[in-house]
Design a protein around this ligand. Sequence first.
Ligand code: NSP
Length: 222
Amino acid sequence: MGYRFTDLTAACQDDWRAYIEHDFVRQLGQGHLADDAFRHYLKQDYLFLIHFARAYALAAYKSPTLADLRQAHEGLKAIVDVELELHVGYCREWGISEQQLAELPEARATLAYTRYVLDTGNRGDLLDLHVALAPCLVGYGEIANWLNAQPDTLRGDANPYDAWIAMYEGEEFQAAMHAELAWIDARLADVTPARFDALTRIFRDATRLEIDFWQMGLDGSD
Ligand SMILES: Cc1ncc(CN)c(N)n1
């Protein structure tokens, strides 16, 4: 029997839940996340997204088939056309100008996560890279769905972070997430147990770096 994406999350269930249900996420869903924490997160996320777009471009470079190339393109589009497009306008609403974004120093959590993924993609193969990227694309789609399932999540004008949830529950982002899940499921179907263990290590490390990214937002750390 082959592996699936859900075997990756099952293999590091504690880290995966700590990421999806992080305090930053809960407070954002309940609408009482501190403004400064969100602003710090938003700024660093701009830098993060630029490096992750580079990582999808690396996935395109490493793609041997048209189907693989299309999948890398899907991820790149989700970041550049959906997230970054909304992000810049969203930052403006939160009082952060494009000039400020261009001059931002990178926080350590941003550096660690983005360079880890780029390094994993450079030294590994295409599946290593997609698995390192998965907590980002699949995780945020799952977070939006998890938030919507929580009775204390506030939606609409009552929650200043409603637009953030709306972006990740939106059709385009959810479609990109499902396409990524299908691509990973198809590749995991015929890996050996040893290869699956190596992929689990990558997935767990990237998930732990996502947890650090939330914590960086809460702590305002640089
Ligand atoms: C840190 C982080 N991880 C994931 C995502 C969703 N692409 C994001 N915007 N930022």
